[in-house]
Design a protein. Sequence first.
Length: 202
Amino acid sequence: METKTKSVILLYTEQTPNPETLKFVSNKLIYRGIADLKTKELADEFSPLAAALYELPYVQSVYISNNFVTITKKPSFDWHEIMIPAKDFIKEYIESEKTIIIDTYDQYVDQLEKQSYEGQYDEKNLEIVKRIKEMITNYVKPAVEMDGGNIEFKSFKDGIVTVMMQGSCSGCPSSTVTLKSGIEGLLKRMVPEVTEVVAEAC
């Protein structure tokens, strides 16, 4: 009789620019996409893993993408006390093969995107917006994802690009510097119509 062997789950941690946030990286795909579960209510509705993490006293927010989980801790806790327990918890959850994100989350995100497209830009700026999005997707997103976060284009109006920072980048002290010196500088050079880049509070 053949016995099905479970794949070995390896998990390691990576620092992020946000001292309150740590990235837990797996050798297995956890969720194909981006799930920014920044409230317990969102987690309870769409992610059993995130909901379980929110039950831990030190978890402030959860972000899940591809092969990693990013946890932002509450300021009153230190990583050297909670990193190993958090790592073990996530590893055991993945090994149990329980649901990470429920299917209806994709529909929820699609609905949010449709709503955000309203008033996103004037029709005459369509070509500019296309160039901005290409720059963000090809040059900015990969670097931000390495730090356990994400960036999304929100709008372009009167020369101002509005983006939303997610995961480790949300509320990170260094994200403002990154936004201004890195992202804004890049977009102004490559898309001359851009005069400023600002982050939308999420």
